[in-house]
Design a protein around this ligand. Structure first.
Ligand code: GDP
Ligand code: IMO
Ligand code: MG
Length: 435
């Protein structure tokens, strides 16, 4: 059985959680392959809403196993809290959640370094901060690649952890003091707190690459859940205003230990417009009433930090770029309902840079900052579409909008989401005639 991947095609918060939850009806395993508790994946059912940060969005489905892969950076306290919250809702987690022994661990010193680095990028006149989520992601990945990180397996051995953690915090304290002039961390208090976690985390830890390999041998269907978005990828995003992992398709193989030969479906999630949280270039950003309108109607506030999301028109140059990088076999367009009631809708079809028109997405931030978007204007629609369940229920202007997106992104649209709830989905797009 194959592997499917769900990937954010923009700057994150495209509605991946909702779509992974829906697809979990038909899979055996859901696996996170990168990122950490910087993610906020919202799932809504009946009148409930739950935001997952680390645990895969298949956890609310009986019989689905959930994996936190080696490519994730794990905050052990955050995962234990999340397990307790989910179990309090009546969903069993033990026996269904499997955490890679090789995943790297986020510790208080990663968050302290990140806070000091972000502060250091601000001055009275400039703000060059990345606008991170403050979850310690960048410094934890930096330690991983510097080969100084602590892994989940180290949490299980109190003596090893005590030694490694003491060494790590002492080194970071020197950095915090000498480079950033920041407060020192209490080595003993942190060591005592974290050695106690071994028993809590132990039941979940395993070799998840082996587990996934066995699942595939046994014809199980694995769904890989990307966090963040392709334009936040460390290599392909608007560096340095990116996250420190690979949300793009390639990250799935290294982040889980699953060979690309198994992957046969790569689903790109795209909002019908664009949003971005944090700093960095955003060519189609609307810093006006229309931007406010999208933020209000789309309830665009961060699921992890509560920050207002920056809003703008759909950027088809960027979407074509992320389709190329990921090889999307289909797109799911979310939040189409948010565009209802507009007289006209703009979409960016090209960039202007140095007086020339281009179709190339420049991932380097300094070029992207100087882009002027070239827009086409499409007619809007008045109807409330949140009760639509079939392609034929959509007004023709909404159908035309989707066909335009499909043509310019060069990926077929598989489904369309028209509200936050599970039932608010249109899945017969492909069966509908293409004009
Ligand atoms: P993720 O990080 O990609 O999982 O997305 P988030 O959960 O951070 O943000 C998406 C937000 O939009 C959440 O509040 C969802 O409940 C909501 N949402 C998802 N799909 C739709 C949709 O089609 N329409 C509307 N109005 N809201 C949606
Ligand atoms: P989900 O999975 C939106 C952004 C941060 C910041 C940059 C780097 O919910 O889509 P980091 O803390 O990762 O070092 O911050 O990346 N960012 C996200 N934006 N959705 C996310 O996750 C994000 N995770 C990180 O705002 O700009
Ligand atoms: Mg989110």
């Amino acid at each position: 059985m194959p592997v499917s991947i769900v990937i954010g095609s923009q700057w994150g918060d495209e509605g991946k959680g909702k779509i992974v939850d829906l697809l979990s009806n038909d899979v055996d395993v859901v696996a996170r392959y990168q990122g950490g508790a910087n993610a906020g994946h919202t799932i809504c059912w009946d009148d409930q809403e739950f935001v997952l940060h680390l645990i895969p969005s298949g956890i609310f489905h009986d019989g689905v196993d959930c994996v936190i892969g080696n490519g994730v950076v794990l905050d052990p306290k955050a995962v234990i809290e999340e397990i307790e919250q989910i179990e309090a809702l009546g969903y069993p987690v033990e026996g269904r959640l499997h955490i890679s022994h090789n995943a790297h661990v986020i510790m208080p010193h990663h968050k302290a370094i990140e806070a000091a680095q972000e502060q250091g990028r601000k001055s009275d006149t400039d703000d060059d901060a990345i606008g991170t989520t403050g979850r310690g992601i960048g410094p934890a990945y930096a330690d991983k690649f510097a080969r100084t990180g602590i892994r989940v397996v180290d949490l299980l051995d109190r003596d090893v952890l005590r030694t490694k953690l003491t060494r790590a915090i002492e080194a970071k304290n020197a950095l915090l003091k000498q480079v950033y002039g920041a407060n020192q961390l209490d080595v003993d208090a942190i060591v005592e707190e974290y050695v106690e976690l071994d028993q809590k985390i132990d039941p979940y830890v395993t070799d998840t690459a082996q587990l996934l390999g066995r699942a595939l041998d046994n014809d199980k269907h694995v769904l890989a859940e990307g966090a963040q978005g392709s334009l936040l990828d460390i290599d392909f995003g608007s560096y340095p205003f990116v996250t420190s992992s690979h949300p793009t398709a390639g990250g799935c193989s290294t982040g889980l230990g699953v060979s690309p030969v198994h992957v046969n479906r790569i689903i790109g999630i795209a909002k019908a417009y664009c949003t971005r949280v944090g700093n960095g270039p955003f060519p189609t950003e609307l810093e006006n009433e229309m931007g406010e309108h999208l933020r209000k109607v789309g309830a665009e506030f961060g699921a992890t930090t509560g920050r207002p999301r920056r809003c703008g028109w759909l950027d088809l140059v960027a979407l074509r770029y992320t389709t190329m990088i990921n090889g999307f076999t289909e797109l799911v367009i979310t939040k189409l309902d948010v565009l209802s009631g507009l007289d006209e809708i703009k979409v960016c079809v090209a960039y202007q840079y140095d007086g020339k028109e281009t179709q190339r997405f420049p991932s380097e931030a300094h070029t992207l900052e100087r882009i002027t978007p070239v827009y086409e204007t499409l007619p809007g629609w008045d109807e409330d579409i949140s009760d639509a369940r079939h392609w034929s229920d959509l007004p023709s202007a909404a159908q035309d909008y989707l066909r335009f997106v499909e043509e310019h992104s060069r990926a077929p649209i598989g489904s369309v989401s028209i509200g936050p709830r599970r039932d608010q989905i249109i899945s017969d797009v492909n069966e509908a005639p293409v004009a």
